[in-house]
Ligand binder design. Structure first.
Ligand SMILES: *[C@@H]1O[C@H](CO)[C@@H](O)[C@H](O)[C@H]1NC(C)=O
Length: 219
């Protein structure tokens, strides 16, 4: 995920069925009608991508998790975060479930090497003034405005999908007025290639079930 102060661009790829992509570009993810999500504004949408602006979103993140599998690493990270919101934190405080769960992806160079993943939980407004600390977890804030290029997709996330979806996002941004900002943002955080924002699937095994799944890929 690219990180800069006020004018930076975070490349966020949201993926949806192609047929509904434009129709739903400005819609709130269905999950966010039920549980709290970070607010954002769509500042542009065209040709398979949208550009969003987030302001002061706060996250609790795992330490980097080495794994060959995106899906396995996300599950590992999510379980840590799930215990955190169930009260395994310095204040013994239970915290409301939110969406999305982010996974920052830092791919390895070789085909058989482990990649590195950081999984994050969105801190609800109620807890943002003083998020409980917890061993092995880190609070991070997207201070000020954070822009993201987003591609939306639905369905279960498979390890093979995420890189492919990220490539589609890259391709859709080529030649647009956002391309330079995306490259600049990347140069500032070369390690993280993209971030996947899952609104549904990490919650499946914890009792949450939704009819429509939405997965967002943030680059
Ligand atoms: C949290 O719970 C543990 C174990 O029950 C207890 O030892 C600790 O004092 C509690 N901490 C707070 C801040 O309530």
């Amino acid at each position: 995920m690219a990180r800069r102060s006020s004018s930076s661009l975070l490349l966020l790829v949201a993926v949806a069925a192609a047929a509904v992509l434009l129709a739903v570009a400005a819609a709130v993810p269905p999950t966010c009608e039920r549980i709290e999500c970070p607010a954002y504004e769509v500042v542009d949408s065209a040709n398979g991508f949208e550009i969003r602006r987030y302001t002061d979103a706060m996250w609790v993140s795992t330490s980097p998790i080495e794994d060959i599998s995106f899906v396995a690493a996300t599950r590992t990270g999510f379980l840590q975060l799930f215990k955190y919101i169930q009260g395994k934190n310095a204040y013994n405080e239970t915290i409301e479930m939110t969406a999305p769960v982010l996974t920052d992806v830092s791919p390895s160079d070789g085909p058989f090497c482990a990649s590195s993943f950081v999984v994050s939980f969105y801190v609800p407004a109620k807890n943002q003034a003083d998020p409980p600390p917890a061993e092995g977890l880190h609070v991070r804030r997207w201070a000020g405005d954070r822009y993201a290029a987003v591609r939306r997709f639905g369905g279960f996330v498979a390890d093979a999908d995420v890189g492919e979806q990220a490539a589609h996002l890259d391709a859709s941004l080529q030649g647009t007025r956002w391309a330079a900002a995306v490259n600049e943002g990347r140069a500032e955080d070369p390690k993280t290639s993209y971030t996947v924002a899952q609104y549904n699937s990490p919650f499946e095994f914890s009792g949450y079930r939704y009819h429509q799944r939405q997965v967002y890929l943030l680059e």
